[in-house]
Each structure stands twice: as C-alpha cells, then as structure tokens.
Design a protein around this ligand. Sequence first.
Ligand SMILES: Cc1ncc(COP(=O)(O)O)c(C=O)c1O
Length: 472
Amino acid sequence: MRNSEYPMLKGITYLDHGGTTLTPRSLLNSFCHEMQAVLLANPHSDASNPSASAIMVEETRHQVLRMLNADPAYFDIVFTANATAAIKLVTEGFSGSEDGFDYYYHRNSHTSLVGVRELAARSHCLASNEEAEDWLAGRASNVLGEPVSRRSILFAYPAQSNMNGERLPLSWPGMLRDSPRHPNAYSLLDAAALVSTSPLDLSNYVLAPDFVAMSFYKIFGFPDLGALVIRKAAGHVFDHRKYFGGGTTDMVTCIGDAWVARKHSSLHARLEDGTTAIRSILALKCAIVTHRELFGGLGKVSEHTSWLAKRLYTRLISLKHYNGAPVCHLYNHPDSTYGDPTTQGATVAFNVCGSDGTWVGPWKVGTMLRARKIYLRTGTLCNPGGIACALGVDAELLRRAFNEGFRCNTEADMIEGMPIGIIRVTLGAMSTMEDVDVLINALYQNVTEHNDALKPSANDYNNKVDSVMTSN
Ligand SMILES: Cc1ncc(COP(=O)(O)O)c(C=O)c1O
C-alpha cells in the first residue's frame, strides 16, 4: 500500500506527520474524478437554491460532525483556512465585547494559541497541569485578580502537545463548566495535533469544549483546510464580533446610514466570510472516505501509531555510547506513557548528547539526518512555553539568546552549551517499523560514539544492527 499510495516516499524516511501528513494517491484520484463530474458554482452566485455546491458543503459539514460524534443539534462547524484561523475567529468574538476578556492558556500551547493573549484585557499562562486543575476547580486564588463583572474568561489548551505528544485531559472543559467560581468562562480546545492520529469524541455535549480548532491536512494530507467546531450554547460569543465579510450578511447599507443585517440562520452562515472553500471542502469529503478505506478510521490509526511510537521511544532510550552514557535525552512528560493513547500521542521529542554528556545542537543532527533523506522537525516547534519548560530555560535566558543571534532552526541554536530547541519525530497512519529502524540506525552510525576496538565493520553492522541496538 505504501508504494502505490505514497510514491513520494520512495527512498525517503518521513517523520514529520505533525507538520503535515502525506496525501494518498487514491484521494487525489477520487478528488480529480469528482472535480470533473460535478459542476461547482460559487454558492453565492448560483440562483438555484440550494445550489449543488451548497448541498455538497452541507453534506461534508455533517460528515465531519459524524466523524467527531457531534450531534448537529448541539454543534456547528465553521470551515476556516486552518486551525490558526479557527482560533483567530474565536478571538474576534471575544475581543468584540466592550468589556474585553481575560485569557488563561496552558503552557503547552502552540504559538497560535499564545497569540490570543495580545487581544485579551489580561492573560495568564498556566505553568503546569496541577496549576491548570487548581484554577479550573476554583481551588486557586485568581492570579489575574478578581473577575471583572460581565467580562468573559477564555481558557485554552491543546488536546495534545505539538512538542512532545503529551495528551492533556479532555475532562477540563467539563470541570470549567461545573465550577461555580467561573460562571462566565468558555473553553477552547486546540485539537490540531490530537486528531492527526486519534479520534475525538464530542458525543457528550454537556462536557464538551465550547470551541474546538483543527486542521484537516494534518489528518488526511489534503486539503489545506481547517474548522472551528462550536458548541451552539456558546454561539452568542460571536454576537460581539465586529467584522463581517461577503456572504455573511442579509443587507448592508453604506450611503447615509452604515447599517448591517447579519445572517442568523446558522453560526456557519454568519461566520464563513467570503466565498466558501468549495473545492477544498469537496476534497475533504473525498478525504474522509479514502482515509476510512485505507486505514479503517482514526481509532485504528491511533492503535498503530501508539504502538510504533512506543517502539521508537524504547529504542531511543536504549541507544548508548561505548561508555554507557545515553545518546538521547527524551522530553516526555512524567505522567505520559508510550503505548497508552489516553496520555501520549505518536510524538517523540529528544536531543542528542555526546559520551561526555555535552549537547549536540538539534539543527546539526537534523542536517545530518536530512542528508540521509530522513525528514523530521527541529527547533522550538512553535511551542514557546513547552520548550522553555522542557529545556529548563527562563524568559531572560531566551531573550539573551535572541539578542546574541539565536534564531529558530538555524545553526545558531546553542547558548552556553545548551540547545535552544529539540528534535521531534511525529508518526502518521502510513509510518512503518522500517521508518523507525532507519532513524535508529542513522543515529547509531552517526552520533553514537563507539569504542573503536569493539566497533563492528560496515558489513557486521548491516547484519547485526538489530541485536546490537536491542541489547544496549
Ligand atoms: C497543536 C497545534 N495547534 C495549532 C497548530 C497550527 O495549525 P495550522 O498551522 O494548521 O493553523 C498546530 C500546527 O502544527 C499544532 O500542532
């Protein structure tokens, strides 16, 4: 299946599915077929009501809701460019209110969640799961001071860290809703990393997040499209949104009074600005079917990638230099367990050390691997809080590093002998044991220091590498 569906993988070991997963040939074929079979007019121009395009878009919306076990009576889906655009849309709703909003975000947040703080009246980064749970349950005093009357609170966190794959509790939105200390608070779940290799179940609408952001290319490899899932009970947040775009209004006046009547038929009718991404949505419809045919659904993908990630993790920790010093320092959260998909996704984050414990810059390792056609991600990974905690560096040191010329994913990624960045492997539905073995072998051959007297010859190595690796 790999050869026929993913010809672009020939001779390549691709380990950056968290960046984007790859597009299977069957999806492209089915998309090309549909594009030639169906006339897709702009739904805003087509006089037939509803148009073929509008019907296809609504069908796809329902398919996505079904994929999430989300009852359309309680949830709506707004198609967006990507997860970031979905997060920005939520921010537009909250920042439109006269009283503004207070913002709490988890330290594992992707930069796209962190950026919301710039529009908040006050913001606070919850530095650990314990701090988050104390705050959610109303046990901690309010670090931002007393809530301002009528000002809403937005709490955001990733369902899975894009840095090390730690899966965070999906019970937090329910805790927030139950807490009498937070009567005017809403939750935003960034599911971009989670849903790439895991199902997300929104069947319990009482405990579900108010907003869920995701990017479909991370699940299917195509199309480049995202979505915001909105719990309808929280839809009033968008009553404050100021901007309106084409297609979201029933009437606008400009000469004389500046007046607008916004659409009220549904949240998506009100929030999908401009021409609907009809071709991308058609591709999404094809992608949902193809993915199920190829992989049997996200539950199966979760089982496969979870097993593979455990194998990779185990082999990385067992890589040792000739003197017994570990080759890799791994950054998994202590409460996460590889092989347990409720706490850990298919991501392994690490750095490389020499036999004397000195760090090797992640960019250098990444460049060496890339030369061997192994693709993975290095750098600070758009996860500023997670990286700072994993590396044990504070804001002052990071600013100093910046002033001294550090830039993410360049050769200058060390300060005072410490790396400012990590190496990240993310596995996907079509990853194989061989992908894992190729990476381990490359690290064994190129960064592991061997005792020359014991070092196997190239031939020995090729024959015995597996037993060498597992006995270490
Ligand atoms: C957890 C998480 N959130 C948000 C994003 C941003 O997604 P996008 O770039 O598709 O908007 C990513 C992308 O890697 C991510 O992993």
